[in-house]
Design a binder for this molecule. Sequence first.
Ligand SMILES: [Fe+2]
Ligand SMILES: [Fe+2]
Length: 276
Amino acid sequence: MTLEDQFYDMYREYFRHAENGRRWNVERDIPWDKCNPQTNDKVAQAVEAFMAVEMYLPDYTSKILHLVRHSRGRAWFQANWGYEESKHSLALEEWLIHSGKRTERQVRDYSDSLLQQEWDMPFDTPRRMIIYTTLQELSTQLNYRKLMALAKAENDEALVTALGFISRDEAAHFKFFKDGARLFLEDNRDATLLDIQYVLTNFKMPAIDLISEWQEYLNNIVELGLFSARIFLGEVVQPALKQLEVTRADLKAVVDASGIANLIEPKAKSALNFVR
Ligand SMILES: [Fe+2]
Ligand SMILES: [Fe+2]
């Protein structure tokens, strides 16, 4: 079977699962009357920060879709992915409004101002982008799961329910991209290992250069324990490599053998790139 055949089969399987068991409805499935107006403002600020990152959906969808448009499996997946991601920002903004943390006007004005900026892909090949999105989706899944635990402690049933649906979607996204990265490893292991090393060295969270409040958001996210360099390395990079069945030694060996170690060896602070 060709790589594209495998991607298409993976997509059909993904879509079957999504249609049969994972779909959810922003209006019907979240108990909006069970928002807790007393929920900590720091939690609300984290919701706003994640909503801001989700807001660049038009760029994430259009640019990645264009990059993989020749691939039926990946392109159709990307279209479906865009639909699912669109519900994430909707649910987060609904919570901000229903909880009384922000007015509808504030949310609309903020969304409009975010969309003045445009996101560009951090990598320009499909293989590097699938590795990047693998790490990205696992990071967001983790962010939302940790935020859900805080929402539980605040007795905010609406936010808990919304974050439960969202993090389940992110887990499914991670699985698709991770399985795709595994296909690339089977297809050309050494070149894919080099790309993994390259992406790890240059990883940063999406859109953070575009959001003027990002530093303030980040301080809050770190303070709440939702994300940090340590979490990224220990709870994203390590488990992702494990699921790809790639070790640090594999990466080092291929980098050493390639003779381009000086070009892609991690810089001292590369793990902190997501804070930039
Ligand atoms: Fe999302
Ligand atoms: Fe996602």
